[in-house]
Design a protein around this ligand. Structure first.
Ligand code: DOR
Length: 416
């Protein structure tokens, strides 16, 4: 199959160009148009984004999201590849399940699925899952995300096995005993609202412990969704020691703070919680100075009825994979600059995973996104492909919406 996208610009260039893709590869630039011809409308072309942290809820929680809706949402957000999390029902800890998810996703023609698998059976934190078989089935990462790895000895063992398999382990770094029943950041806002708080120390203490396990094992560990300044500083220090540690930050921890909880709206309830402006500023510095490796969303859809519950009872999670790039570009584009932002959503996650860094050179995989960097659009969740048709950014005017996402040389999303 051949496809030519005309009227596009490469990052950092004003030249209008075209790209032709054939059989899943980039055939070349500025060739005579061939096959289906699509107008890129003057948009900026980049490698399709990589999402290494999203909850697609299949199997078992498909009232929240499923592969079809989640991978369509990802494609609409400009993502070509998604690493889904295993905290499903049942938990993704079974090689046959990994295979069946990949097979199902392959038939959808949306974003590509690369499942992660649980590090421990049932994500119970007790016995390790069948890591070798899970890797052989196609799992690309081990994680008990959604839960915290309370048992350090089990995590140590998991790291040792993962290292021998050449795999990365990612961790939801919160000390559950410190987090306790906290529903939001512990601080003046939680005190004013009379809500149980989750202290910054829950994250920092857990990351500090995990850095020692990395030092002990030499295994690759990725810290998910950093939310605190102190957490980042501990990762920075570990990197300074030469430890094989990587970390991510999510747009919601950059653009939203615990002030949002003042109206008791569970839409802003997420784990780890929204912190303070000082934390958000520090995390942004981490993106700028390279101590944060990548941006991921932790797209965590729930039903509207669940998120409309009382703040104490509602589940944790914010869903917004479709607008993650527009949020980052509109709010932080000036500070970060486009090349850096795109790097954090393409090369950055690829490096974390140990995958080749995607480029748009001839012969490369034809996974690309065309972005409309200048037009303001209002975020209208009714149009979301995700089943979660609400988001903290609804009604806001953002720039940077994807116009077109191509995965494996085929159109996975095209804005109407
Ligand atoms: O807010 C969150 N939601 N954090 C997690 O770690 C899990 C996720 C979910 O699965 O809903």
């Amino acid at each position: 199959m051949t496809l030519t996208i005309t009227n596009i610009k490469r990052v950092g260039s004003d030249k209008t160009e075209s790209v032709t893709v054939e059989n899943g590869k980039i055939k070349g630039w500025n060739l005579p148009a061939e096959g289906d011809v699509l107008d890129g409308k003057g948009g900026t072309v980049a490698p399709a984004f990589l999402e290494i942290h999203a909850h697609l809820r299949e199997p078992g929680q498909t009232e929240k999201e499923d592969l079809q809706s989640g991978l369509a949402a990802a494609a609409a957000g400009g993502y070509g590849t998604v690493v889904c999390m295993p905290n499903t029902s049942p938990v993704i800890d079974d090689p046959a399940l990994v295979r069946s998810l990949i097979e199902k996703a392959n038939g959808l023609g949306l974003a590509r699925l690369r499942p992660s698998a649980a590090l421990t059976k049932g994500q119970k934190g007790e016995a390790l899952a069948e890591l070798t078989y899970l890797r052989d089935a196609g799992a690309v990462m081990f994680t008990d995300d959604g839960r915290t790895n309370e048992n350090a000895r089990v995590l140590r063992l998991g790291l040792e096995y993962a290292k021998s398999l050449g795999m990365v382990v990612s961790v939801h770094a919160e000390d559950a005993t410190l987090r306790a029943d906290g529903v939001m950041n512990e601080g003046p806002v939680s005190e004013a609202l009379g809500l149980p708080g989750n202290p910054a120390a829950a994250e920092a203490a857990r990351i500090a412990r995990d850095m020692e396990l990395v030092a002990q094992t030499g295994a690759r560990l990725h810290v998910q969704h950093l939310s605190t300044a102190r957490g980042l500083d501990i990762v920075r220090e570990a990197k300074g020691r030469g430890l094989p540690v990587t970390c991510e930050v999510c747009p919601h921890h950059l653009d939203l703070t615990d002030e949002k909880l003042r109206e008791f709206d569970a839409m802003y309830k997420v784990a780890p919680p929204l912190r303070t402006q000082a934390d958000a500023d520090h995390l942004l510095e981490g993106l700028l100075d390279g101590s944060v490796d990548c941006i991921s969303t932790d797209h965590a859809p729930h039903t509207r009825a669940e998120k409309e519950r009382d703040l104490l009872d509602a589940p944790f999670g914010i869903a917004y994979i479709e607008v993650a790039f527009p949020v980052m570009w509109t709010r932080f584009g000036e500070k970060l600059g486009l090349p850096k932002l795109i790097d954090l959503m393409t090369a950055g996650p690829a490096r974390v995973m140990g995958w080749p860094v995607p480029t748009l050179d001839e012969g490369e995989n034809a996974d690309l996104v065309v972005l409309d960097l200048n037009t303001e659009r209002e975020v209208n969740p009714a149009e979301f492909k995700s089943k979660a048709k609400f988001t903290p950014w609804q009604g806001q005017k953002l720039r940077g919406f994807p116009l077109l996402t191509v995965v494996d040389g085929k159109v996975a999303f095209q804005r109407a």
